[in-house]
Design a protein around this ligand. Sequence first.
Ligand code: NAD
Ligand code: IPM
Ligand code: MN
Length: 351
Amino acid sequence: SAPARLAVIPGDGIGPEVVSEALKVLEVASPVKLETTRYDLGAERYLATGEVLPDSVLDEIRGHDAILLGAVGGRPGDPNLPAGLLERGLLLKLRFELDHYVNLRPSKIYPGAVTPLSEAVLARGEVDFVVVREGTEGPYVGNGGALRVGTPAEIATEVSVNTAYGVERVVRDAFSRAQRRPRKKLTLVHKTNVLVHAGAVWSRIVGEVAPDFPDVTVDYLHVDAATIFLSTDPARFDVIVTDNLFGDIITDLAAAVTGGIGLAASGNINPDRTAPSMFEPVHGSAPDIAGQQKADPTATILSAALLLDHLGHADAAAAIETAVLADLSERVPGAPRRTAEVGDAIASRLS
Ligand code: NAD
Ligand code: IPM
Ligand code: MN
């Protein structure tokens, strides 16, 4: 069948290290030929040329079937990199321009994964949930500003944007995912007790869409309480739907409790397929360990599995997950392997 055109953005810090391993695995797992185009976007290109994401590059990227991204972002506090410049100008620009309104972040506790959860918490049941994080709205849109900057009278705003259109489309996607899962449960996570305007839109739309999915059970948690249950009873979750910022925060927590940030995969999905979807680990560029072959590439490898699944290769995606499962069960605590060793080990199980 036809080859798949893949745009690859290794990015900054550990990004290139983990992406190399994911490409190794894709090479052996993909049932179709992959034609990859590499884009050297990120801190280095910006520092060398002042370019973050030229329009011509964005247009080229649009012509691909999917995007694999490592991470972007420099060392926090680097005086040569204005705060948020790469995050907003590259990563969020891609998510917004390519209409990645479903930011899909699955969490499972695989056998052998290192979790800080107690035996009592683990005994409550199997942990296997997915966060459907809205990806194009909320406080991420840049709707704000600052007045009297640097003075004692400074005022800064960052106004969350929640449109009925944007909320309904992500809520429908979350319901339909819940409907396709065995437990068929959807939890809305918000902060409707304080953010009453945005909260009302989310609650109302969940209520309005629910009758179209009569077999899905719906419940609600305030985001602060959701962090309690994520760490004391994560088995209670199936599909969580939430806004862009709450989703960012709870998915780092979800990663930490289910095996660590080194395992957490994500897909920035455009369900309407009007543009390529983008797959990346949940973690960032990890400047503290960059260039040392210390990063765990598993999150990026599992993101590559989500990519293959999105392109219609569910069997190949499942094979990668199986290979990761086998690798995890053989990991020796206290004996870390180099990034490339992990990639080689997982790839060799597939060839
Ligand atoms: P981070 O996720 O990069 O790192 C947090 C901690 O997790 C660090 O101690 C790091 O060493 C560790 N870690 C992360 N990935 C790991 C892996 N694969 N294996 C082992 N350990 C891993 O978060 P941060 O430090 O807040 O952010 C660093 C930079 O990355 C910032 O510039 C931030 O804006 C950016 N960032 C980018 C993305 C992205 O590209 N999607 C996501 C998050 C953060
Ligand atoms: C993530 C990251 C990004 C986000 C940043 C780097 C813009 O934290 O992918 O989780 O907040 O979405
Ligand atoms: Mn994040």
